[in-house]
Write a protein that binds this ligand. Structure first.
Ligand code: CS2
Length: 479
């Protein structure tokens, strides 16, 4: 793809791409990155300039990287609303690397002083985070492999530590690692993992990182369904070019970033990002109200036979339940500067109901063991501590448990797509399919449920009762 001759219906980058030099290396060029980080950076460069071109690196599959390289880094972002679809060609990606094909290449890029930010959208499960301890999961396959073979890493923590070690050895200023995944205090979590990993291989390196490297946390938000044939078709119709890296997303976008960078940053505020000292209040709000309700709707919706979130929102009982859950989640939050939580919840309901967005319940349902703690289990624990019944949390957990059985309402099997899927299947193998037995087994999944929840008899009974209804009927009558 090049920019000349693109159909006039597409909005093009507002700067000269030929002049752009690399400043950012991004790990994980999935659809969410292409709908969020890249367009924010595109708009920041258009508004304020700077050498903030992005090189991306895929740590697993090659497909997206190959398409991006074939297209000269360009791709189409479709914004869908009920009033129609607009196409924006996004410009800041300069090159794509595939780590599994050429790991040395990625390590060389991590050493380049021009790279001042290494950002990440790699999903929760890639971090090697143990939610029970808050530290490094030594059994995580990437962490275990990279601790043994630190100079030839394969996971994100291994790459970041090796990249920082090489810079330190060559007296090159560090880059700023920037986590853009849906984890609470994602920068602080990343810092803890990187320091723990570095401390195990070289305490002096750990000390250097602790002194020199900021790990800003961020809150990221934009609903981005996986691309489909309809995405590629509409991208071609609106730009006049075939585009296999096209993505589609909603009009809403939000980014809150802690303004602590070692070595400069794009002027993202010119693109609408909010630069703050402390992001955790925003992050908690988004994880608990948006993502918590999303997971609730995804599990209940999937087992009730709804393909998309917008279909779930057409069910008045489930839409009302989502709103109730948002209220319950809001009750666990401290006030968030500049935000009216009622209005925020109303907006979330409208976003979930957007008829132009085909967001699969099955997509959101994946990786439940990685998502439940921050979205549902931590706020449920706090709600119970404050004397609430935490009933919508019991519904959500029961729905996840029903989903974890891996058999739909027609008796068809589906894949859980969870890094702990095998463990879950083994745990449930000889368990009778009733609410009491299944919930007891899953509450015992090591490290997942906090003791404050498993030890709360009234709440676990509530979960078991709701699960029993879901096992019988695939739908809860009470809402
Ligand atoms: C969703 C998120 O798939 C999921 O788990 O809850 O990807 C959600 O769409 C985004 O966080 C919205 O910003």
């Amino acid at each position: 793809m090049n920019l000349s001759g693109l159909a006039p219906t597409a909005k093009l980058p507002g700067y000269d791409r030929k002049e752009l030099k690399s400043g950012i290396l991004h790990l994980g060029p999935g659809a969410f990155f292409r709908a969020h980080f890249a367009p924010f950076t595109d708009a920041a460069i258009a508004a304020a300039g700077g050498d903030w071109g992005i090189e991306v690196a895929s740590l697993r599959t090659a497909e997206v990287a190959d398409h991006l390289n074939e297209q000269n880094g360009l791709y189409t972002m479709l914004i869908r609303d009920t009033s129609g679809t607009t196409a924006h060609v996004i410009g800041p990606i300069l090159r794509a690397h595939v780590a599994t094909r050429n790991p040395g290449d990625l390590l060389t890029r991590l050493e380049d002083p021009a790279i001042r930010i290494v950002s990440l959208t790699v999903t929760e499960k890639a971090y090697g985070f143990d939610s029970a301890t808050g530290g490094l999961d030594l059994k995580h396959p990437d962490i275990a492999a990279d601790l043994v073979n630190r100079h030839a890493p394969r996971g994100v923590i291994g790459y970041l530590v090796e990249g920082l070690a090489r810079r330190r050895a060559k007296s090159i200023a560090p880059f700023t690692p920037l986590s853009c995944d849906n984890l609470p205090s994602n920068g602080a979590v990343l810092k803890r993992l990187v320091l723990e990993f570095a401390g195990r291989i070289d305490p002096q390196l750990r000390h250097w990182i602790e002194e020199k490297v900021p790990f800003p946390s961020t809150m990221v938000d934009r609903i981005t369904p996986a691309s489909t044939q309809a995405t590629y078709r509409d991208a071609e119709r609106l730009t006049g070019r075939q585009d296999l890296a096209a993505i589609e997303t909603e009009p809403f976008t939000q980014w809150v970033i802690e303004d602590h960078f070692a070595n400069g940053r794009p002027e993202w505020e010119k693109a609408g990002a909010l630069m703050v000292q402390e992001v955790s209040a925003y992050e908690k709000m988004k994880l608990r109200m948006l993502n918590g309700a999303h997971s609730l709707l995804a599990y209940l919706g999937y087992i009730a036979g709804y393909e998309f979130v917008r279909d779930v929102m057409d069910d008045p009982g489930l839409a009302a339940l989502a709103r109730r859950h948002m209220n319950a989640a809001a009750a666990t939050l401290d006030p968030v500067s500049g935000i009216d939580l009622e209005a925020y919840a109303d907006e979330l309901i409208a976003r979930f109901a957007n008829k132009a967005i085909a967001h699969r319940t099955y997509q959101i349902a994946m990786d439940g063991t990685q998502k439940l703690p921050q979205r549902l289990l931590e706020p449920a624990t706090e709600a119970l501590e404050h004397g609430a019944r935490a009933e919508t949390y019991a519904v959500a957990v029961a729905a996840w448990m029903r989903y974890a059985l891996g058999v739909d309402r027609n008796g068809e099997r589906y894949e859980l797509r969870d890094p702990r899927a095998a463990e879950i299947a083994a745990l449930l193998a000889n368990v009778p399919r009733n609410g009491g037995a299944v919930s007891k087994a899953l509450l015992g999944l090591p490290g997942l449920f906090p003791a404050a929840l498993t030890g709360n008899v009234a709440w676990t009974e509530d979960v078991a009762n709701k699960l029993e209804i879901l096992i019988q009927d695939n739908k809860l009558p009470l809402f």
